[in-house]
Design a protein around this ligand. Structure first.
Ligand code: ZN
Length: 433
């Protein structure tokens, strides 16, 4: 059995654990502020030693101002007999996120501008927000809208918008170097599984694995923050920290159908871009250039910070019909996809950790591998690949080219180059710069 086959059940087990944990997070009504956000950070904090920070409403963070805190107790549209026709308690997507309080009796005509549906998917509930303009609304299946009747309806939104704070969670795992790898996931979406929870689950799993690892080259900073405003708040509050960010990944949308998609940093050829491309290419995934639209990579890559942060997802936002609807649920994200996404992230991190530059200590002609026991006496594909990895490593280890470069020019897997290094260092044919 190959190591690849052996790895599969492990990945699935990990994926199942992530999926089960997502089921705990799924019902919570999150937003960019409020109790649901804090509860979510609290649940992440049960998995990893997360530090939860708060930024007060009204605080200026670069060009943005921290909003009033939003909390919701209840919301519904009912008939005059009190039957709830659209009920926040049945699904938190029913209420437009950040809706102001309302208590009114309205006809369908008066209510209609506040109702959002998806006629092309008549049984799905859309996800809508109104963070930065004071408004309100309900989202419902189009089929339900068609059966509402003319009204009148009792409309009740029991929410509060008041000074409070915006929260984010941070975990710093120290490494041998002060240089940091930032792993960022947004935590502001309510009951949506792929867009939000899959990234949270994979990032949390990665943090657990790095905490358990005996040795880390880089310092890792995990940031679980509300989209846009949360990462901007972190950047604003950490002027001494962000210059240390050497590599980074935004993790989001890592379940759902589709192959892995890596979005490059703005410069496009940073080490994280090359490491991710190496892994994603080999998984049959796709590499895309940077664009200033998307998730929090657009904050990190903005010209002022210019941080080398790429983004890993599967089918990107807006390109699958379930995106920002109730169909992005726990059935849409599978344990297998979560497990495979995690493995890809782990491989990318391993390349960052292990990409070093070596010098060939026997540079005058090809060293005789046979007399050092490095040349296989039995042939075969695997044996041949192992020899090729040693020859490529010796052939390019001039003190200038790193292992990832050698993997790129040889078209061999980074791991096979890394294994060759182990043997060659052991045989005193190679030394690290
Ligand atoms: Zn989203």
């Amino acid at each position: 059995m190959s190591t690849f086959e052996l790895a599969q059940p492990v990945a699935t087990e990990r994926g199942q654990a992530m999926h089960q944990w997502m089921a705990e997070l799924y019902p919570i009504c999150r937003s960019i502020t409020g109790d649901g956000l804090r509860e979510t950070l609290g649940l992440i904090g049960q998995q990893i030693p997360l530090e939860v920070k708060g930024v007060r409403s009204g605080t200026q963070v670069f060009d943005w101002t921290i909003n009033d805190e939003w909390n919701v107790r209840d919301a519904y549209i009912a008939d005059l007999d009190g039957h709830r026709l659209v009920d926040f308690r049945a699904h938190n997507l029913h209420l437009v996120n950040y809706s102001v309080p309302v208590r009114d009796r309205l006809s369908l005509e008066e209510l209609r501008p506040h109702l959002h549906t998806l006629p092309e998917h008549p049984d799905w509930i859309p996800y809508r927000t109104t963070y930065y303009s004071r408004s309100w609304g309900f989202c419902l299946p189009h089929l339900r809208l068609e059966t509402l009747g003319a009204g009148p309806f009792d409309v009740m939104i029991d929410t509060s918008l008041a000074p409070g704070e915006l929260n984010y969670g941070e975990l710093v795992i120290p490494g041998e170097e002060e240089a940091e790898v930032i792993i960022s996931a947004h935590v502001c979406h309510p009951s949506l599984a792929n867009d939000n929870l899959s990234g949270i689950a994979v990032a949390t799993e990665l943090a657990k694995a790095l905490l358990a690892a005996g040795h880390r080259r880089y310092t890792y900073r995990f940031l679980f923050a509300p989209g846009t405003i949360g990462s901007i708040a972190w950047l604003s509050e950490h002027p001494d920290d962000w210059p240390r960010v050497r590599h980074g990944l935004v993790l989001t949308g890592l379940g759902g159908a589709g192959r892995l998609v890596y979005k490059r940093t703005r410069h496009g050829s940073r080490l994280i871009d090359r490491a991710a491309a190496h892994v994603v290419d080999r998984s049959g995934g796709e590499i895309r250039d940077y664009s200033p639209y998307g998730y929090d990579e657009r904050q990190y890559n903005s010209v002022g910070f210019d941080l080398p942060v790429g983004r890993l997802s599967r089918t990107p936002h807006g390109e699958y019909p379930e995106y920002h609807t109730s169909a992005d649920n726990l059935d849409f994200v599978t344990a297998e996809e979560l497990g495979a996404s995690y493995e890809a992230v782990w491989e990318i991190i391993q390349i960052l950790e292990r990409d070093r530059t070596y010098r060939n200590l026997s540079p005058y002609g090809e060293p005789q591998l046979g007399k050092r026991g490095l040349y296989p006496t039995v042939g075969g594909r695997a044996a041949n690949d192992a020899v090729m990895a040693m020859l490529w490593t010796l052939g390019y280890s001039d003190g200038q080219h790193s292992l990832l470069h050698i993997a790129e020019v040889s078209a061999l897997d980074f791991n096979s180059i890394d294994e060759a290094v182990g043997k060659l260092v052991g045989a005193h044919l190679l030394e690290r710069i």
